[in-house]
Write a protein that binds this ligand. Sequence first.
Ligand code: NDP
Length: 500
Amino acid sequence: MATITVDPRVSGNTAEFVSGRHLLYIDGQFVQAASGKTFPVYNPATGEVIAQVPEADEEDVHRAVLAARRAFDDGAWVRMAPAARTKLMSRLADLIEEHNDELAEIESLDNGKPFAIARVNDVPKTAAMFRYMAGWATKLTGTTLPLSAGPDFHAYTMREPIGVVAQIIPWNLPLLMAAWKLAPALACGCTVVLKPAEQTPLSALRLAQLIDEAGFPPGVVNILTGFGETAGAALAKHELVDKIAFTGSTEVGKLIVKAAAGNLKKVTLELGGKSPAIVFPDALMDKAIPGTASAIFANQGQNCSAGSRLYVHVKVFDQVVEGVGKIADKIKLAPGLDPACQMGPLVSDAQQRRVVGYIESGIQEGAKVTAGGPVSGIERGYFVRPTVLTHTNPGMKVVREEIFGPVVCAVPFSDDDIDRIVQRANDTIFGLAASVWTQNLSVAHKVARGIRAGTVWVNCHNVFDPALPFGGYKQSGWGREMGEEVLHHYTEVKAVTIAL
Ligand code: NDP
């Protein structure tokens, strides 16, 4: 087993947690995997092993699902006063806030992202998500319905939790994605088995400890670390799971749908994207240039909503591309825990190879690199320079496929016909998000109406809020995360009709 090396810059608490013994969280107990197997977790800034975590397999999945099933079927969680659920979830939010910097250090070590960003973005947003959804627990109502069947009937609907939910999350925003999944499920009274990504299991394991400390009843939340092909696949096909919520690649999303067919479990999917950012010549350049740069480079470009296709009117194309390129060139690449870090490494060597492969394929197909490029110049760690490609065409892989790294394809348009620009922006299998940059209200609204995507930002990009529903059209997914909308995916509607 490789030696564990934890960055000396982290606090004592973080070092102790990361290098300590990690266990699965099943039925309110911290336990080893049934097989006793573990797997290593790497620091993407160095490639060193920072922890060993349990490798859950089918047997552990079965134990966790049974625990969640019992916790749901015994009714205590479902019947718990909604205000008591609110209080528990708010207590968890308090605990997350109390451990803000520790969680941010864990996230930075494990995922590679800048600590300075994790502590003001990922962790506070995680707490905010639990707090927002905690409020919904007391507000899940049905309606009374006037029946045309006649006056001798009284009818109403009620919203009930869907049951046992399996949740599989990715590595790009590990803690926040756990909150996006857990918070609405718990607010609705569901019980959960959550599997974080193999690359980034640590913040979910720390969250399990905080969930335990908050006092959630045993079995309501179960957290399993393991691999997608084994633990994830076992969850997706398990007959006692009522619903599966997945975030990740479109390819795995399709596998989840097939696996879920066995017992026709309900499925929600938050998948890939190839989001356009469209800059019109009247846009405020001091907002549009840094805004579109951040749209693609934030979180090392590892965002499903990243603005990876930058459409710019010819009148301002050179100015925007030069501006975005200058920002890219100035971004300081360093390990996430380095105070100077503005962009950390990508999450893994596989992701680095994948993103570099895309840049190389773009160059081979005729694209020009105006900033960044395939060589990072950094010896250790999975770094990729923020990269701007021009001279692309709509057939190229870099334009069509999700890269999931800091790589943007800048494309000029000369057309003043909004419908044609919208048509180009919509020329993708994805439909997650888009942004439009203009001072013209009517242009903004026309583009917002025409774009086939779940989110359209005007003069901003990557603005998320627990109140805003988020999800995809087309192959970007099924259903929505967050907002009131997500509650429909964790509840069933029952119609009750009474003959008076
Ligand atoms: P995956 O889709 O493989 O991983 C996402 C989650 O699914 C992980 O928890 C993974 O587990 C799990 N998983 C993998 N295979 C299965 C399976 N057969 N059944 C059930 N669960 C499974 O993404 P990758 O990590 O491979 O990343 C590849 C690409 O996916 C990225 O480059 C990006 O384009 C896209 N992606 C999109 C994300 C988004 O937010 N929409 C997030 C992450 C990736 P494990 O990691 O343990 O194998």
